[in-house]
Write a protein that binds this ligand. Structure first.
Ligand code: ADP
Ligand code: ASP
Ligand code: MG
Length: 444
């Protein structure tokens, strides 16, 4: 079984739906196709929910109508047979009605999640009707029948595996189509795996069915050595180890959802990143045989907050760090980076929803300083500590950039440091020059 996931741009128009169908048809054997919402749709749904939450029903209804009109136009152009076009209209009417109902009910978080799920539900329905026309039999599976998360928002992998296996056993088909992103939570209500979560769905599904490969099809030819949104002259990296890919995804390479590599890594399933618009280009293969030989890639993660706890009395005492960590554990807030000195410990978080409570709980430990609007720059590749010149190659060019924290030596394949977000683009560009200029020449 192969899992093929197509992101928002890949299903963003009639023309692109057709491209996706061709790629699916060209893939031999059994496959599960995981789709995102059409590009821009989840953003619109988030906006609709925000308008409803602030009581602006009128504006929300304008957006709801806009979405419905857009879908109708897509269905008309995409689907040829009268029969399937009729089915598409029925589906679209149903989803339109769900949003209209949401607009007439009092706003709640539960309803917000229902609203956000409509994008994937529509794109998969339309695609399945189209596939039926061009490829014969295919089966639409509802991710809500098998994708489950626990009370902490973490996937329930055993439940997913058991349910998906049962669902698949009920059908005879080569091509299954399902939604990325959406799931059910511990109360059995509709929920999601956070923005960009369709990659995570694909990886969880791949792990659940022990797929031979997980393919992530997007709008770029694989993982680039640096963030192409901020840096010119980036190039596609041919292969990555699971650890390198996981670090890059976690530290901001938007091409992959932060957690999406973990299920594939655990089951040792190769992940292939491919470009829907250039299927002939090789993309990036993430697997356990990738040899880490050089610095591979850089990524940046924004919205980082640093917390410094200064304590002359306690830092050297046994158990001090344990107590500090317990505060973060208590508030279910994960720490990204940590550095210590004799009198202070600095750490970073990206989820600030519990910041005030954390600060309160840390008060008794010493003097607390909080710094916001920071970015972590992550460099992944061969960064073995016994290698000469690695750190100087990284930091030489950055002499004019204030660096707030450095984390190195935690693993052999990662070095990260913290800068002001206003310096991020400069840092990414300087590092592209200093670390990759030879490779850029080779690839251009
Ligand atoms: P999809 O909708 O297919 O999930 P995303 O927009 O989530 O696509 O991810 C693809 C985008 O990720 C690219 O268009 C690119 O702008 C961005 N990106 C950021 N960092 C990288 C990187 N290191 N390599 C490739 N793409 C990256
Ligand atoms: N549609 C969702 C989003 O835009 C999930 C995804 O595309 O991965 O965040
Ligand atoms: Mg994405």
């Amino acid at each position: 079984m192969i899992v093929l996931k197509f992101g928002g741009t890949s299903v963003g128009s009639v023309e692109n739906f057709r491209k996706v169908a061709k790629i699916v048809q060209a893939t031999d054997g059994e496959k599960i196709v995981v789709l995102s919402a059409m590009s821009g749709v989840t953003n619109t749904l988030v906006r609709i929910a925000a308008l409803l939450s602030s009581g602006d029903t009128e504006e929300a209804l304008v957006l709801i109508k806009g979405l419905h009109d857009k879908y109708l136009a897509v269905a008309k152009d995409l689907i040829e047979s009268d029969d399937n076009y009729f089915k598409a209209q029925v589906v679209l009417k149903r989803h339109h009605q769900v949003l209209l109902n949401m607009a007439s009910e009092p706003f709640s978080v539960k309803n917000e999640k229902i609203i956000m799920a409509q994008g994937e539900l529509v794109s998969t329905n339309l695609f399945q009707l189209y596939m039926e026309e061009v490829d014969g039999h295919s089966v639409l599976l509802s991710a809500l029948d098998f994708m489950h998360i626990d009370q902490y928002g973490e996937p329930r992998t055993e439940v997913i595996q058991n349910r998906l296996t049962k669902v698949l056993a009920n059908h005879q088909a080569n091509t299954f189509i399902t939604q990325g992103f959406i799931c059910r939570n511990i109360n059995n209500d509709i929920d999601n795996l956070n923005r960009g979560g369709s990659d995570y769905s694909a990886s969880l599904i791949g792990a659940a069915v022990a797929a031979s490969q997980i393919q992530i099809w997007t709008d770029i030819d694989g993982m680039h050595n640096n963030d192409p949104r901020y840096v010119d002259h980036t190039f596609s990296v041919k292969e990555l180890s699971f650890d390198e890919a996981a670090e890059l995804a976690y530290f901001g390479a938007k091409i992959l959802h932060p957690q999406s590599i973990i299920p594939a890594k655990e089951k040792n399933i190769p992940v292939l990143l491919k470009n829907t618009f250039k299927p002939e280009s090789k993309g990036t293969l993430i697997h356990n045989k990738a040899k880490t030989e050089k610095i591979r890639a850089i990524a940046a993660k924004d919205n980082i907050t640093a917390i410094k706890i200064k304590s002359y009395r306690m830092l050297m005492a046994y158990g001090f760090l344990k107590k500090v960590f317990e505060v973060f554990e208590e508030h279910k807030t994960s720490i990204d980076m940590i550095t210590t000195s004799e009198v202070a410990v600095s750490l970073t978080i990206d989820n600030t929803s519990r910041l005030e409570a954390i600060k309160n709980d840390l008060q008794g430990f010493g003097n607390i300083e909080v710094d916001t609007d920071l970015s972590i720059i992550c460099i992944a590749g061969d960064l073995a500590q016994n290698k000469k010149g690695v750190t100087s190659a990284i930091f030489n060019g950055l002499k004019d950039i204030p660096i707030r924290m450095i984390s190195y030596g935690g693993s052999n394949y990662n070095l990260s440091f913290l800068v002001k977000t206003t310096d991020k683009i400069a840092v990414l560009n300087i590092l592209n020059e200093s670390l990759f200029s030879e490779l850029i020449l080779e690839t251009t």
